[in-house]
Design a protein around this ligand. Structure first.
Ligand code: ADP
Length: 245
């Protein structure tokens, strides 16, 4: 199997406090990997490091087998294929679904280029393909403001997919969704994994149980256990700090 991300002995401190304290793990191509654990475990800080928002003091983050991306700035990481979606949807509400996708497809080339660029036929095709994948093809002309909460989240995921990323980081993608939208999001993640690798930080354990093939359990900045949900659920340490609460 091909390794997309290899994290070794990562340490991230804030004023001497180690939010991430010696994390080592690897993620394979096409995985949907869930990071779980109680509040303050270091999950968000780890995502911040992978997408270039914070820079670790120690360790390495190897992307695609050769590049140590640990000190890359955020914009450079998007260009090499790593994108992040935050918990709160941040689509352009006054634009239509399709226009949001247009903004995203040209954004990768930089603001100056995007101001004057036309959307090519190939890009239009790509936008339509991705909108079909996330089941928003029937809403292409709709204002993003008029979408449901779930649809806004899917639009934002679509805006990442259209940028041809290899690794997508999602922060609690089902927060605020009902069960039906949550299940639909899980099915969408499975479909996305056929095109790229996905890392998800998640608190909704019902969702994790249903859709995770592999989870990494974090606690106090380090990895407590890693494996299938069934496997980690049996670990007494995991039960103690998280699942058993
Ligand atoms: P999780 O996502 O698992 O809830 P976080 O990564 O958000 O955990 O936080 C891990 C720990 O690091 C927490 O104790 C948090 O208060 C601390 N932390 C996170 N970011 C900062 C920061 N910018 N400055 C100081 N402490 C931080």
């Amino acid at each position: 199997m091909e390794t997309v991300l290899e994290i070794k002995d990562l340490i991230i401190s804030f004023d001497g406090f180690r939010a991430v304290n010696g994390v080592t793990t690897s993620v394979q191509k096409g995985e949907v990997r869930f990071f779980i654990g109680p509040n303050g475990a270091g999950k968000t800080t780890l995502l911040d490091a992978i997408c270039g928002r914070v820079h670790p003091q120690h360790g390495s983050i190897i992307f695609n087998g050769d590049k140590n991306i640990m000190h890359y700035p955020e914009h450079k990481l998007v260009n090499i294929g790593i994108g992040r979606k935050f918990q709160v949807p941040s689509v352009f509400t006054s634009l239509s679904v399709y226009e949001n996708m247009e903004v995203s497809v040209v954004k990768k080339r930089g603001i100056a280029a995007s101001l004057f660029s036309e959307i090519t036929e190939a890009q239009q095709e790509k936008i339509n393909k991705v909108l079909t994948l996330v089941d928003l093809n029937n809403c292409a002309g709709k204002k993003a403001a008029d979408l449901s909460h779930g649809q806004k989240q899917w639009l934002e995921i679509a805006m990442l997919l259209v940028q041809d990323l290899q690794l997508i980081l999602l922060d609690e993608p089902v927060a605020g969704m009902g069960r039906r939208e949550t299940t639909k999001t899980g099915e969408l993640l499975r479909k996305i994994a056929q095109h790229c690798t996905v890392i998800v930080v998640e608190h909704d354990m019902e969702f994790v149980r249903e859709f995770a093939s592999k989870v990494t359990v974090m606690h106090e900045g380090h990895i407590l256990d890693e494996g299938s949900v069934e496997q980690v659920q049996k670990n007494p340490k995991v039960i103690d700090v998280y699942l058993g609460r």
